[in-house]
Design a protein around this ligand. Structure first.
Ligand code: PEP
Ligand code: MG
Length: 321
C-alpha cells in the first residue's frame, strides 16, 4: 500500500479494453530512484539532471555523470529511464555557471538553447556520459531534449549526439540502441510536432511549461493560477495535436508535466491518446489503478468532447458526466 492508500501495482497496466499505458516516475535526485521502483513505477519518464549541477562549485565530471546515470539504469533493469539533458535557465539557476541576467528568463536562454551554446562543452560532456552509461547499464536509456522550439535546434542536438557517440569510440548511437525524444513545452513545438516526431522515437509533453506558454500565464504566479491550468481547452487542443502528429510518425508520446499525476485526469489523458504518463512517484499507484479502471473507447469519446468544449468549465462538466 502506498502513502496515498492505493495498492502498489507492480505489473504494467492496461485499460479494461486492453490498451497498455506506461506509468513512470519523475525523479529529481538519486534518493528518489528506489522509492519510485517500490511504488511500482514501470521506469523513469523524466530524470531531471539538474541535481548533478546543484550544491557545488564546479560542473560534475563526465565520470560523475556516468555513475549517476548508471545507478538509475541499474535500479530499473527491466524498464526505460528517460534522462532529460540539462535544463537550466528560467526557474532553474546554477550560480557558478555565471549566466547573464535576463529581463525575461522564461523567454530567454533556457533548456536546449543553453545546451547548444557553442562556447560551452557541458552538453557534449553530458552526452558522452549518457552514452557510456547506456552501453554499460542494465535498463534501457532514452535521451530527451528540453524546451525544443525548432527543427534546427533538434537537428543540432542530434548532431551533437552523433559527435558524442563518435567520441566515445566503440559506440555509435545506433549500436547502443537508445531512444531519443523531444519535450513538447512550447506552442511552436506543438505546432511542429509532426516534423519533430519524424526525427525522433518519442515526444513527451511538459504541461508545466506548455500551459505557461500556451496560456501566457506564469507557472509561478498565483494571481494567474486560474489561467495556468492544463484543462483549458486551448491546452487540451495542443496536447491532442501533439499526440496525433506523433502517432502519424509512429512515435510514442508521453506526458511528464504535473497534469500526468492527477488521477482525476487519467481517463482524459488516456482518451487523448497518451501512451505514457510520468509523475511524482507518490501518485504512481493511484494512476495505475485509474488506468486499469478506464475503458479506452469511452475515454476517447470523452477526450474528444473535452477538447472540443468552448470553456474550461464545460471541459470539467464533460469529465464529471
Ligand atoms: C514541464 O515543463 O512540464 C516539465 C516536466 O519540466 P519542468 O517542470 O522541469 O520544467
Ligand atoms: Mg519544463
Amino acid at each position: 500500500v502506498s502513502d496515498s492508500g492505493a495498492a502498489v501495482v507492480d505489473e504494467s497496466v492496461e485499460t479494461i479494453d486492453g490498451r497498455h499505458i506506461e506509468v513512470a516516475a519523475n525523479v529529481g535526485q538519486p534518493a528518489e530512484l528506489e522509492p519510485a521502483a517500490q511504488r511500482g513505477a514501470d521506469g523513469v519518464g523524466l530524470y531531471r539532471t539538474e541535481f548533478l549541477f546543484l550544491d557545488r562549485e564546479t560542473p560534475p565530471s563526465e565520470d560523475e555523470q556516468y555513475e549517476a546515470i548508471r545507478e538509475a539504469l541499474d535500479t530499473f533493469p527491466d524498464g526505460r529511464v528517460v534522462v532529460r539533458t540539462l535544463d537550466i535557465g528560467g526557474d532553474k539557476r546554477i550560480p557558478y555557471l555565471d549566466l547573464p541576467e535576463e529581463e525575461n528568463p522564461f523567454l530567454g536562454e533556457r533548456g536546449i538553447r543553453r545546451s547548444l551554446d557553442p562556447d560551452s562543452d557541458l552538453f557534449a560532456t553530458q552526452l558522452r556520459a549518457l552514452l557510456r552509461a547506456a552501453a554499460d547499464g542494465a535498463g534501457d536509456l532514452a535521451i530527451m531534449f528540453p524546451l525544443v522550439d525548432t527543427v534546427e535546434e533538434l537537428d543540432a542536438a542530434l548532431e551533437a549526439l552523433d559527435t558524442a557517440a563518435a567520441d566515445v569510440e566503440c559506440h555509435d548511437a545506433d549500436a547502443v540502441d537508445i531512444e531519443v525524444g523531444v519535450m513538447i513545452e512550447t506552442p511552436s513545438a506543438a505546432f511542429m510536432a509532426d516534423e519533430l516526431a519524424a526525427r525522433v522515437d518519442f515526444l513527451s509533453i511538459g504541461t508545466n511549461d506548455l500551459t505557461q506558454y500556451v496560456m501566457a500565464a506564469d507557472r509561478e504566479n498565483e494571481r494567474v493560477g486560474d489561467l495556468h491550468d492544463p484543462t483549458h481547452p486551448g491546452v487540451l487542443r495542443s496536447i491532442h495535436q501533439t499526440v496525433t502528429a506523433a502517432h502519424a510518425e509512429d512515435a510514442w508520446v508521453g506526458m511528464c508535466g504535473e497534469m500526468a499525476g492527477d488521477p482525476d485526469l487519467t481517463e482524459l489523458l488516456v482518451g487523448l491518446g497518451l501512451d505514457e504518463l510520468s509523475m511524482s512517484a507518490v501518485t504512481v499507484p493511484e494512476v495505475k489503478t485509474a488506468v486499469s479502471e478506464t475503458e479506452y473507447s469511452t475515454a476517447s469519446e470523452r477526450g474528444d468532447r473535452a477538447r472540443l468544449a468552448a470553456t474550461r468549465s464545460k471541459v470539467h462538466t464533460t469529465l464529471d458526466t
